[in-house]
Ligand binder design. Structure first.
Ligand code: HEC
Length: 134
């Protein structure tokens, strides 16, 4: 291999290393929030509320209140944790599974909209919050 080719490979490697995290982060954001909003308003809003506060019109009929997506508890859950609940439902709760009613893409869309309303906040997962309540 000539010296020149060698340098070319090094450059290619460098570009890959620099670009890879961007690609990886891009892939984590699955789902289209615009479509998610439409789905949320149709299927979820009557329980979870317009802004995802858990105060939808149907709350009065529920024994278990819908999750407030703005709570630190919800915000500290990963996309995968929330996606699991959307897909399989929450046991002993009116939050049934959506696997049969929404396609996987639609479930990602609606999750992406929830994350737009209330972004992921991993800090809330620390045992002692920076707010100092511990
Ligand atoms: C019949 C009312 C109802 C409907 C409709 C509903 N949910 Fe829920 N949802 C709940 C309740 C109640 C919980 C809390 C379950 C628990 O804590 O046991 C919940 C929990 C969740 C959670 C878990 C939040 C957390 O922090 O653990 C997610 C995510 C969620 N719902 C998404 C959705 C999506 C998306 C839709 C629409 C496709 C939807 N829900 C429709 C009642 C509902």
């Amino acid at each position: 291999m000539s010296k020149r080719q060698h340098r070319g490979l090094g450059l290619l490697g460098f570009i890959l290393v620099m670009v890879w995290p961007i690609v990886a982060i891009g892939q984590e954001d699955l789902g289209n929030p615009q479509n998610g909003k439409v789905l949320f308003e149709k299927h979820c809003m009557h329980c979870h509320g317009v802004k995802g506060d858990g105060d939808g019109a149907d709350t009065q009929f529920l024994m278990v209140g819908p999750a407030n997506f703005h709570s630190l508890e919800s915000r500290s859950k990963t996309d995968w944790e929330l996606m699991n609940i959307i897909t399989f439902g929450a046991i002993f709760s009116p939050m049934h599974d959506w696997a049969d009613r929404l396609t996987e893409d639609e479930r990602w869309d609606v999750l992406r909209y929830i994350r737009l309303l209330a972004p992921f906040n991993p800090v809330a997962r620390l045992p002692i919050s920076p707010g100092g309540n511990g």
